[in-house]
Design a protein around this ligand. Sequence first.
Ligand code: GMT
Length: 381
Amino acid sequence: MKIAIVCYPTFGGSGVVATELGMALARLGHEIHFITYSQPVRLALLEKNIYYHEVDVPEYPLFKHQPYDLALSSKLVDTIKAYQIELLHVHYAIPHAYAGYMAKKMLKEEGIFIPMITTLHGTDITLVGSHPFYRTAVTFSINKSDRVTAVSKNLRDTTYAMFDIQKEIEVIPNFIDIQRYIEKAKEPCDRTLMALQSEIIFTHVSNFRAVKRVEDIVEIFARVNEHHPSVLIMVGEGPERIKAERLAKQKGVYDKVKFLGNSVEIDKVLCMSDIFLLPSSEESFGLAALEAMANKTAVISSNAGGLPEVNIHEHTGYVCEVGDVEQMSAYALKLAQDSDLLHTMKTNALESARRFDLPEIVPIYERLYESAYASRHQNQD
Ligand code: GMT
């Protein structure tokens, strides 16, 4: 099938999932066209069946805000026609579902019927989409999608609770390619680059937005480090990084915390890590936690959103109330001081990650595409 994928190209989880999905589908023989404003960070351009079309929004002095939705919907129409694309899959409701719907309507005028799948990822619903300024358009574009998917049960239920949704929302969880991680695990992973043999390695990967509560991470780490020698590796960039750095200095652990910035080599960090910390206040799924688990890393997370669907309490790690730094620190210390328990949880983490293995999940998308394509002449309102 010829499929157009629209996503955010940045380091965020939704872009990663969209890119990995597109590349997996291309390997299965589908022709995949990524349409976005810059090359997605994980996209390997020179792969068979992969195409990339950049949406350009020229600056014009009259506009305070450049009309990206308009440029995207034009680009969609032009690309869909030029390559005879059969299906459109947009990741993130804002503004992709909105622009996708406009493209669909324009194409219909020319007798072209293209089904649109919208995948909800989290912030497009919980943080931004529900804002009164956006709610009307977000509700409209979800309801006008041919099929809607959400990355966790929690996100599906939250979407129903927050919006007046008439459509069925199918849960298709995020995925990872476990085989790739198993292959990578055979490569050398030199812990001594980052820590002493005796030290526990804590890791966090995110875009350092307020929702990630990165100061909790530094607080937990400082408490553990008082009793057990440890290091903390912080991967990513974002507005809260400065606060995390400040707190690390205040707590006297700055020399034990390594801020690496954005990286395309996350696996190289995760391969050496023992405990992944994700105390977020909102998290529809927590792809970063799943990637850590696939790297045989135990997870201590909050119970926000879909996190308990990924991180299983007392099995792959621990799940605590948002903001309960005391309890998270206690669990972290418990793992740091009990190497057998840590080993068991790390092993469980990898096993549990298999629930989200690529060969389990990608065929669900393929079946959804086939069914949406078969009924493309319906619901063309
Ligand atoms: O929060 C992020 O790290 C970025 C954000 C995004 O929009 O890309 O991630 C969301 O989508 C991911 C992929 O489905 C999920 O794993 C994240 O949990 C989700 N983030 C939130 O819900 C806050």
